[in-house]
Design a protein around this ligand. Sequence first.
Ligand code: 5GP
Length: 370
Amino acid sequence: MKIIDGLKLDFKDVLILPKRSKAVSRSEVVVTRKFKNKLGKDIEVVPIIAANMDTVATFDMAVALAKHGCMTALHKHYTVEEYVEFFTKNQDISKYVFYSLGINEKDIEKLKAVQNVCGENISAICIDVANGYTDHFVEKVKRIIAQVGSKFIMAGNVVTPNMVEELIMAGVDIVKCGIGPGSACTTRVKTGVGYPQLSCVLECADAAHGMNKYICSDGGCTVPGDVAKAFGANADFVMLGGMLAGHKECNGKVITKYYMGDEVIRNNSLDSTPLLKKFDPVVDEKKFVEFYGMSSKVAQEKHGNGLAEYKASEGKSVLVPYRGEVAGTIQEILGGVRSCCTYVGTSKLKDLGKCTTFIRSSVQENRVFG
Ligand code: 5GP
């Protein structure tokens, strides 16, 4: 047994120091960045990625986020026909879309089938497992890379520089970093395993940048300020699940609850309830959408054969308030990141890391009004 004693930090443990600078207007801040793919070609995008969860990263989400230059790692549960139709119809946004898969044979065969019909329309691949530390994973990553050629490859998840380097040596362009910080994740509670996300990003980015490759900070962002902190810690990409959940584009079932004070008096839209509301102004109506972790019991029952006896679910299922179209949320996130750039005196997101000094802080927000 060994203890690593040095202090490791999360987003909630720091703030970003404002710096004296020439005035930069928020409207001048460039939030796109150029990334080199394996062929040396530049791909210019806003480096925010919707997480490959079936309650977030839908085809509709990909189309909506591409309008803002943002990316989507599509969830892996569409059929071959559905992927083929999407990639064929949406060639103009292909640079914003990752095709995601795990490492089981079924996933690899499905990718082959999609690739055979519309492979040229897929620019980027996301190879995703909960634990990126096994030899088996590295071998499968190499095999998938050999299968897809020069596409932009993101793979993970890991949290330490040694494994970032190993994946880059295996041919990965973007290493996905984060174990346990996710909003629908229970890994830290169930297994005790994890790594504070800000330190994970700082350390993993250092390793990847030394090899001229990239990292994606995956999980743990709860507010736009956390996204700015992840970029400030030198993440090249930031992946978001919970912050993009609950929108129209998530295509989840919308559940309506009717409240009297704090008490739920009825779930869903039973015929008589709107009448009740019409005549009783004390009845309040709130809409929610389901959001669950991809290794939660709900996800495993939906997409697999339920939870295997030897496995614990490492994800949870929650109802999040319905938030309408994702455009407003993206504007809020990008607005926060732009503003952060002006506070530290840069007009380019690309330089945010260089301009960032973190201050350790035990308080983030004045909670007097909740
Ligand atoms: P969020 O932005 O919601 O904090 O984190 C999103 C990330 O949580 C995903 O990209 C993925 O890495 C992780 N995640 C999603 N579902 C699960 C799950 O069921 N269990 C665990 N351990 N992590 C999950």
